[in-house]
Design a protein around this ligand. Structure first.
Ligand code: ZN
Length: 144
């Protein structure tokens, strides 16, 4: 598998036409993450109502992998509970680390990032948005 093959149509489409791009005006939580090895810089904001992620957006700049991953992630976590979003993040880390498993429907377009596991340097790009999301959600933990 070459690096070119990693850039599937799904990844390129999310990069060129990102979903949920922007900032939520009054987010419940937000966080900003950097990936120094690549220069990716992502801000993730979430709006939580009754324990459910009612809205999620991202902004910032970075490589196609980091931006596509953020676009896919915000699609996946909308409508999920905070705990469900964390479970999906955990599954995503397993997947891009190359852990064998059945990553089915629950992962949606994130499946297209499975090939990142072959390129350890790019794993940081793929997981940046997810780690930033977890940081944002962790800000709510003391309120429980
Ligand atoms: Zn990157």
């Amino acid at each position: 598998m070459s690096l070119d093959e990693l850039f599937t149509e799904i990844i390129l489409d999310h990069y060129q036409h990102p979903h949920n791009h922007g900032l939520i005006p009054n987010p419940t939580f937000s966080s900003r993450g950097y990936n120094e090895s690549c220069g990716d810089d992502i801000q993730v904001s979430v709006l939580i109502r009754d324990g459910v992620i009612a809205d999620a957006k991202f902004s910032g700049a970075g490589c196609s992998i980091s931006q596509a991953s953020a676009s896919i992630m915000t699609d996946l976590i909308k409508g999920k509970t905070v705990d469900e979003a964390r479970q999906i993040a955990g599954r995503f880390y397993e997947m891009v680390k190359g852990t064998e498993g059945d990553y089915g429907e629950e992962m949606g377009d994130a499946i297209s990032l499975q090939g990142v596991s072959k390129f350890p340097v790019r794993v940081k790009c793929a997981t940046l948005a997810w780690h930033t999301l977890e940081e944002a959600l962790a800000k709510g933990d003391h309120e429980r």
